[in-house]
Write a protein that binds this ligand. Structure first.
Ligand code: FES
Length: 155
């Protein structure tokens, strides 16, 4: 079985789509264009929004239920997901706006909108996770796939 078929099968099983896969593209005979959208693994978590509904400069907070909270954000290059946990001692940061980025309420560290340029006492940038979309366009974050800070889900 080619790798992409295996990824698609695992994704469909993880999201329960295998039960209705016969009627959904992507869980039966997905066209090749769907493969990139299914790169997220079986531990992916849906964040309950249509990925196209995020406006440029916005960030939506989401609790995954796995001890990791994320911000799903959009800039001019696409959609990305940040670990909401401050790299100092783990408090969830707060979104200010796209210009000012994020602020930690515990000890005052700040990050830019991409989670970069941490200020003291944060020792490093916020972690980025892979973002995908289901065949119906729902945003999905895979907290087990850390990606380069420049990675974007292109809309
Ligand atoms: S936990 Fe964020 S600055 Fe300390």
């Amino acid at each position: 079985m080619p790798l992409h078929d295996e990824q698609r099968r695992r994704f469909c099983q993880a999201t329960g789509l295998v039960l209705i896969g016969a009627t959904l593209p992507g869980c039966g005979d997905a066209p090749p264009a769907m493969v990139d959208m299914l790169a997220c693994g079986p531990t992916s978590v849906g964040v309950g929004i249509d990925i196209t509904s995020l406006t440029i400069g916005s960030a939506m907070y989401f609790q995954t239920g796995n001890g990791v909270n994320v911000f799903v954000c959009r800039d001019a290059d696409g959609v990305f997901a940040l670990d909401a946990g401050c790299t100092h001692l783990g408090c969830d940061v707060m979104f200010v706006d796209a210009k000012c980025g994020f602020h930690c309420p515990c000890h005052g560290a700040t990050y830019d909108f991409n989670g970069d340029k941490p200020t003291a006492p944060a020792p490093r940038p916020l972690q980025h996770y892979l973002v995908c979309a289901t065949v119906s366009g729902q945003a999905v974050v895979d907290i087990n796939q850390v990606v380069d800070p420049s990675t974007r889900y292109k809309l």
